[in-house]
Design a protein around this ligand. Sequence first.
Ligand code: NDP
Length: 332
Amino acid sequence: AAAKDKLGIALVGLGYYSTDLLAPALQQTEKCYLAGIVTGTPAKAEAWKAKYQIPDKNIYNYQNFDQIANNPDIDVVYVVLPPSMHREFVVRAAKAGKHVFCEKPMAPSVADCQAMIDACKKNKVKLAIGYRCQHDPNIQAVMKVAKAQKFGKVKMINSAAGYFDARTNHWKQNKALGGGVMGDMGVYALQGARLATGEEPVRVMAQASTTRPDIYKEVEETMMFMLEFPSGARAACQTSFGINMNYLQVNYEKGWLKLEPQSAYNGNKGSMSDGTVINFPIKSQQAKQMDEDCAALMNNTELIAPGEEGLRDIRVVEAIYKSVASGKTVTI
Ligand code: NDP
């Protein structure tokens, strides 16, 4: 078969992120387009079919999803479900022979992440995690400073990502569905520290809390965690569903870098101690992410954030919960 100039993407789970961000971004992409949908809500199937001209043969529900294996229009399945459902649908997509994009957090446990990576390997499909920020040139600027040791080694980091979530009955507050702020916004605070050092943390100390115990009964509303890196760098990180905050401050041996916000959809910007401004315009992070990931699939090149990168975060997230449970510093 002739190589396609655009890959067909099927979005799985038509909630907030698919509706407000990914589908609109797929109207701007050059290497892919919205070819199909997978939803448990028939009314959404009707609405999306009309809005995006999706043919009936490319519309699935969670029961008949596996038949997607026989659909040549779909090259990539993008899993945008609550986190505890990621593993099942990534594995089913892999078995159907489709490449997979999976939203963050990759899954609730390292074991889940490993099973997802293994299933994709076994079925010879690629797995990318929806770390849109790693495709943002403003975040890439932070990674470049670390790589070039522009200001010497990293000494201390302060990384925060949170917003006030007014909802009272959502999967983000439900443990069985993979809720809790650590996997949700916490991975942005964690990514800030990991990308700024270019290292993996080796020890963590964490504390969970909530100011709304009536709503956050099963999962934490706020997590504070301190990371130690092999070089000796340390990071103080905060994440919350109760506080609007989003910034990264990196103190190096010979200078500093600030980014605020650090993980917004657009407008991430900052400065460095030598006067360098970080302010690269970006049209759509999500469009750039999907185009770059699809280009990697078409050219068989490395993905920017493969499954292994999602697993690296979940390894730290597991250690964070262990630290909360034990009240002790945990070696990762
Ligand atoms: P929503 O709650 O808005 O949507 C989730 C959708 O999943 C639902 O609308 C539903 O779609 C489907 N679903 C199937 N079973 C369930 C269930 N038991 N409970 C709830 N929903 C179910 O979530 P979001 O869109 O905000 O988040 C989805 C994923 O995207 C998460 O992993 C989240 O972390 C990630 N995300 C990533 C962002 C980023 O910036 N990278 C930003 C926001 C979210 P249907 O009716 O079609 O079946």
